[in-house]
Design a protein. Structure first.
Length: 313
């Protein structure tokens, strides 16, 4: 079994947009569209069939929502937390489903040949007799000689195993942090918040920009490395099975162990990305509830630094 490893996502179809350039549809982009479509369809079905007595699917959805909402409100406060909850919840749900979609059988292994216009020619070389030197033959290699040894790209690839996808989400998180900070303190207040004391401002700017790199490369590196590891384990198990049939149970169990680890790591990476985004927004909006934001009638101001007590003062 041949293991195909490509750091970048492979292009399946290309469309010429004229002056705008060429639009490449990659396998990771295709799977991202599928995952997003499934999220929208399942969410719409649960919302339309929501009842006072929840079904199992509705109960699971409500448990996840309540868990995320409690975490967000605990870190950013009730008012700010409810404003940013759609972002944090969307990031978590999309990332975890995108991670798990890479573990579905067929993802990364089903090649896109005829559907993607991938053709392999068996006649890749030609031997031509030279007219000037009848005794000499010249070997002419065609352009398809290299393509013969290059496997067709897989039809699907985990979205987060593409650096473009994780970089896009990191940029969304970065812009959201800045928008939330400006909304809480104003432009001048945001700059003052970063420049307290003043000599910290360049360090704060570098810290904000470095978060784009850390968020994108952490998620991409873990998911891509997990896919490579599983592929190597499956290939190794297949090679050993061809030699020793009596190790069948062990060789089938070895990839399963790593698949279970990937289920755990997929959840952890989704949680880390969303919680880090939450922490960055909470830091940017620190004290935002006390600066120009009125609380709802009858609602006590929330102070993230002071734990709530059951008794009155």
């Amino acid at each position: 079994m041949e293991v195909h490893i490509s750091v970048k996502a492979e292009s399946l179809w290309s469309f010429d947009l004229g002056p705008l350039g060429t639009l490449n549809i990659t396998n990771s982009f295709l799977q991202m569209v599928i995952v997003m479509a499934l999220i929208i369809i399942i969410g719409a079905m649960i919302a339309r069939k929501a009842t006072l007595v929840p079904s199992r699917a509705q109960s699971l959805f409500e448990m996840v929502t309540e868990f995320l909402l409690s975490v967000v409100e605990g870190a950013a406060g009730r008012q700010v937390g409810r404003r940013i909850f759609p972002l944090i919840g969307s990031l978590f749900i999309f990332i975890i489903l995108a991670n798990y979609s890479g573990l579905i059988p067929g993802v990364g292994t089903i090649q896109c040949k005829s559907l993607c216009g991938w053709e392999e020619s068996s006649e890749t070389t030609a031997i031509v007799a030279s007219a000037g030197h009848p005794g000499s033959d010249v070997v002419v290699s065609s352009a398809t000689d290299e393509a013969e040894h290059e496997p067709a790209p897989p039809l699907l690839r985990a979205p987060n195993a593409d650096l473009n996808m994780t970089l896009a989400m990191a940029l969304i998180a970065f812009v959201s942090v800045q928008v939330a900070g400006i909304a809480a303190h104003g432009v001048g207040g945001r700059i003052k918040h970063m420049a307290d004391p003043p000599f910290m401002f360049p360090i704060e700017v570098m810290s904000e920009l470095s978060r784009i790199i850390s968020l994108s490369f952490r998620l991409f590196g873990n998911i891509f490395a997990g896919e490579v590891l599983i592929g190597i384990m499956i290939a190794m198990s297949t090679a050993i099975l061809e030699k020793t049939k009596w190790l069948t149970v062990i060789m089938f169990g070895l990839p399963t162990v790593f698949l279970l680890f990937e289920v755990l790591f997929g959840f952890i990476q989704a949680l880390i990305f969303s919680l880090l985004t939450l922490a960055y927004i909470a830091l940017a909006t620190g004290g935002g509830d006390e600066h120009g934001h009125a609380h709802e009638p009858g609602e006590e101001p929330y102070h993230a630094s002071a734990p709530a007590t059951s008794g009155g003062d």
